[in-house]
Design a protein around this ligand. Structure first.
Ligand code: ZN
Length: 221
Protein backbone atom coordinates (compact mmCIF):
# COMPACT_ATOMS: atom_id res chain seq x y z
CA UNK A 1 0.00 0.00 0.00
CA UNK A 2 1.34 3.44 -0.97
CA UNK A 3 1.87 5.86 1.90
CA UNK A 4 0.57 9.36 1.11
CA UNK A 5 1.87 12.16 3.36
CA UNK A 6 -0.89 14.32 4.85
CA UNK A 7 -1.09 17.56 6.76
CA UNK A 8 -2.56 17.89 10.25
CA UNK A 9 -5.56 19.78 8.77
CA UNK A 10 -6.44 16.61 6.81
CA UNK A 11 -5.15 17.85 3.44
CA UNK A 12 -3.39 15.10 1.46
CA UNK A 13 -0.07 15.82 -0.23
CA UNK A 14 -0.53 15.45 -4.06
CA UNK A 15 2.18 12.74 -4.41
CA UNK A 16 2.84 9.45 -2.64
CA UNK A 17 5.76 9.27 -0.22
CA UNK A 18 9.11 8.83 -1.94
CA UNK A 19 12.45 8.07 -0.30
CA UNK A 20 13.35 9.11 3.23
CA UNK A 21 16.82 10.67 3.44
CA UNK A 22 18.30 10.53 6.94
CA UNK A 23 21.31 11.82 8.82
CA UNK A 24 23.12 10.05 11.64
CA UNK A 25 24.77 11.84 14.59
CA UNK A 26 23.34 15.31 14.01
CA UNK A 27 23.24 16.08 17.75
CA UNK A 28 26.52 16.01 19.67
CA UNK A 29 24.92 14.65 22.87
CA UNK A 30 23.53 11.62 20.98
CA UNK A 31 26.84 10.89 19.20
CA UNK A 32 28.51 10.85 22.63
CA UNK A 33 25.94 8.55 24.28
CA UNK A 34 26.73 5.85 21.67
CA UNK A 35 30.51 6.53 21.87
CA UNK A 36 30.58 7.73 18.26
CA UNK A 37 32.82 10.57 17.12
CA UNK A 38 31.07 13.82 16.18
CA UNK A 39 31.21 13.84 12.35
CA UNK A 40 32.77 16.64 10.30
CA UNK A 41 30.33 16.06 7.45
CA UNK A 42 26.79 14.64 7.63
CA UNK A 43 26.50 10.85 7.71
CA UNK A 44 23.66 10.17 5.26
CA UNK A 45 21.54 7.10 4.63
CA UNK A 46 18.18 6.30 3.04
CA UNK A 47 15.07 4.46 4.15
CA UNK A 48 12.73 3.31 1.33
CA UNK A 49 9.08 4.41 1.16
CA UNK A 50 8.13 0.88 2.27
CA UNK A 51 9.64 1.62 5.71
CA UNK A 52 6.93 4.20 6.47
CA UNK A 53 3.84 3.55 8.59
CA UNK A 54 1.56 6.11 10.27
CA UNK A 55 3.00 7.16 13.64
CA UNK A 56 -0.54 7.26 15.04
CA UNK A 57 -1.10 3.52 14.56
CA UNK A 58 -0.27 0.77 17.07
CA UNK A 59 3.50 0.38 16.86
CA UNK A 60 4.77 -3.08 15.95
CA UNK A 61 8.45 -3.88 15.41
CA UNK A 62 10.62 -6.99 14.82
CA UNK A 63 11.38 -7.56 18.53
CA UNK A 64 12.56 -11.10 17.75
CA UNK A 65 15.67 -9.62 16.06
CA UNK A 66 17.10 -7.97 19.21
CA UNK A 67 16.80 -4.47 20.69
CA UNK A 68 14.67 -2.07 18.65
CA UNK A 69 15.83 1.44 19.58
CA UNK A 70 13.56 4.49 19.30
CA UNK A 71 15.07 7.67 17.82
CA UNK A 72 12.68 10.64 17.73
CA UNK A 73 13.43 13.01 14.86
CA UNK A 74 12.11 16.12 13.19
CA UNK A 75 10.78 15.16 9.71
CA UNK A 76 10.67 17.57 6.76
CA UNK A 77 8.31 17.08 3.81
CA UNK A 78 9.87 18.10 0.48
CA UNK A 79 7.50 19.96 -1.87
CA UNK A 80 9.62 20.54 -4.96
CA UNK A 81 12.51 18.95 -6.81
CA UNK A 82 15.95 20.13 -5.73
CA UNK A 83 19.39 19.00 -6.83
CA UNK A 84 22.71 20.68 -5.95
CA UNK A 85 20.65 23.25 -4.06
CA UNK A 86 21.94 26.29 -2.22
CA UNK A 87 20.88 26.59 1.42
CA UNK A 88 18.19 29.09 0.38
CA UNK A 89 16.81 26.80 -2.34
CA UNK A 90 16.90 23.83 0.05
CA UNK A 91 14.99 25.73 2.71
CA UNK A 92 12.34 26.82 0.20
CA UNK A 93 11.80 23.19 -0.89
CA UNK A 94 10.47 22.22 2.56
CA UNK A 95 6.66 22.47 2.81
CA UNK A 96 5.86 20.58 6.00
CA UNK A 97 7.29 19.66 9.39
CA UNK A 98 6.40 16.59 11.41
CA UNK A 99 7.92 13.90 13.59
CA UNK A 100 9.23 10.43 12.86
CA UNK A 101 10.79 7.50 14.63
CA UNK A 102 13.99 6.21 13.04
CA UNK A 103 13.59 2.69 14.46
CA UNK A 104 16.92 0.91 14.64
CA UNK A 105 17.77 -2.74 15.25
CA UNK A 106 20.70 -1.72 17.46
CA UNK A 107 22.23 -5.17 18.10
CA UNK A 108 22.24 -5.94 14.38
CA UNK A 109 23.55 -2.45 13.51
CA UNK A 110 26.42 -2.79 16.01
CA UNK A 111 27.43 -6.17 14.54
CA UNK A 112 27.34 -4.80 10.98
CA UNK A 113 29.30 -1.65 11.93
CA UNK A 114 32.00 -3.79 13.56
CA UNK A 115 32.43 -5.65 10.26
CA UNK A 116 32.36 -2.42 8.24
CA UNK A 117 29.23 -3.62 6.44
CA UNK A 118 26.23 -1.49 5.35
CA UNK A 119 23.46 -1.33 7.95
CA UNK A 120 20.31 -1.19 5.79
CA UNK A 121 18.69 -4.23 7.40
CA UNK A 122 19.01 -2.52 10.81
CA UNK A 123 17.52 0.82 9.69
CA UNK A 124 15.45 0.42 6.50
CA UNK A 125 13.22 -2.59 7.24
CA UNK A 126 9.41 -2.54 6.78
CA UNK A 127 7.84 -0.38 9.49
CA UNK A 128 11.14 1.22 10.54
CA UNK A 129 9.84 4.75 9.93
CA UNK A 130 6.64 5.60 11.82
CA UNK A 131 5.78 9.06 10.40
CA UNK A 132 3.32 11.70 11.69
CA UNK A 133 1.14 14.14 9.78
CA UNK A 134 2.85 17.41 8.85
CA UNK A 135 2.30 20.96 10.00
CA UNK A 136 2.27 23.51 7.19
CA UNK A 137 5.37 25.66 7.33
CA UNK A 138 3.24 28.70 8.22
CA UNK A 139 2.23 26.98 11.50
CA UNK A 140 5.77 26.71 12.90
CA UNK A 141 8.34 29.23 14.14
CA UNK A 142 11.80 29.49 12.59
CA UNK A 143 13.98 26.36 12.51
CA UNK A 144 16.17 27.16 15.48
CA UNK A 145 13.11 27.76 17.69
CA UNK A 146 11.64 24.30 16.97
CA UNK A 147 11.47 21.88 19.88
CA UNK A 148 10.11 18.35 20.16
CA UNK A 149 9.68 15.78 22.91
CA UNK A 150 9.01 12.10 23.47
CA UNK A 151 7.45 10.82 26.68
CA UNK A 152 7.29 7.11 27.41
CA UNK A 153 4.67 6.11 30.00
CA UNK A 154 4.55 9.73 31.18
CA UNK A 155 8.32 10.15 31.58
CA UNK A 156 10.28 12.62 29.40
CA UNK A 157 12.85 10.57 27.44
CA UNK A 158 13.90 12.77 24.51
CA UNK A 159 13.94 16.52 24.02
CA UNK A 160 15.36 18.01 20.83
CA UNK A 161 15.81 21.57 19.65
CA UNK A 162 16.49 22.77 16.12
CA UNK A 163 19.16 25.08 17.55
CA UNK A 164 21.24 22.06 18.71
CA UNK A 165 21.61 20.39 15.30
CA UNK A 166 25.25 20.12 14.19
CA UNK A 167 24.06 20.53 10.57
CA UNK A 168 21.02 22.86 10.64
CA UNK A 169 18.05 22.29 8.32
CA UNK A 170 18.99 24.49 5.33
CA UNK A 171 22.65 23.41 4.91
CA UNK A 172 21.70 19.79 5.73
CA UNK A 173 19.02 19.58 3.01
CA UNK A 174 21.38 21.36 0.59
CA UNK A 175 24.12 18.78 1.28
CA UNK A 176 21.64 15.89 0.85
CA UNK A 177 20.62 17.36 -2.54
CA UNK A 178 24.23 17.26 -3.71
CA UNK A 179 24.14 13.43 -3.46
CA UNK A 180 20.47 12.59 -4.01
CA UNK A 181 17.95 14.63 -6.03
CA UNK A 182 15.10 15.37 -3.65
CA UNK A 183 11.63 15.10 -5.17
CA UNK A 184 8.13 16.13 -4.09
CA UNK A 185 6.93 13.58 -1.52
CA UNK A 186 10.41 12.77 -0.25
CA UNK A 187 10.99 13.18 3.48
CA UNK A 188 14.15 14.22 5.32
CA UNK A 189 14.89 12.99 8.85
CA UNK A 190 17.20 15.33 10.75
CA UNK A 191 18.79 13.11 13.40
CA UNK A 192 18.00 12.28 17.01
CA UNK A 193 18.96 13.99 20.26
CA UNK A 194 20.22 12.00 23.27
CA UNK A 195 17.98 9.65 25.22
CA UNK A 196 17.60 6.78 22.74
CA UNK A 197 16.95 3.31 24.12
CA UNK A 198 15.11 0.04 23.54
CA UNK A 199 11.42 0.44 22.77
CA UNK A 200 9.56 -1.06 25.76
CA UNK A 201 6.79 -3.47 24.76
CA UNK A 202 3.31 -2.33 25.79
CA UNK A 203 4.53 1.24 26.50
CA UNK A 204 2.51 4.37 25.73
CA UNK A 205 4.36 6.98 23.67
CA UNK A 206 3.48 10.67 23.50
CA UNK A 207 5.14 13.07 21.04
CA UNK A 208 4.94 16.88 20.85
CA UNK A 209 6.30 19.41 18.37
CA UNK A 210 6.24 23.23 18.57
CA UNK A 211 3.35 24.51 16.46
CA UNK A 212 0.74 22.21 17.96
CA UNK A 213 1.55 18.68 16.76
CA UNK A 214 0.77 16.01 19.37
CA UNK A 215 0.65 12.27 18.72
CA UNK A 216 0.00 9.41 21.12
CA UNK A 217 0.53 5.77 20.33
CA UNK A 218 1.19 2.43 21.95
CA UNK A 219 3.76 -0.30 21.40
CA UNK A 220 2.39 -3.83 20.90
CA UNK A 221 2.69 -6.00 23.98
ZN1 ZN B 1 18.36 8.49 13.45
Amino acid sequence: MRFVPRFTDGQEFPCALGKIVCVGRNYADHARELDNPVPSEPLLFIKPSTSAVPLEQLLDAPFSRGDVHFETELALLIGKEVSNATSDEAERAVVGIGLALDLTLRDIQTRLKEKGHPWEIAKAFDGSCPLSSFLHLSQVPNWSALAFTLEIDGELRQHGEGADMLFPVAPLVAEMSRHFTLEPGDVVLTGTPAGVGPLPRGARLHFTLTGGLEVSTEVVD
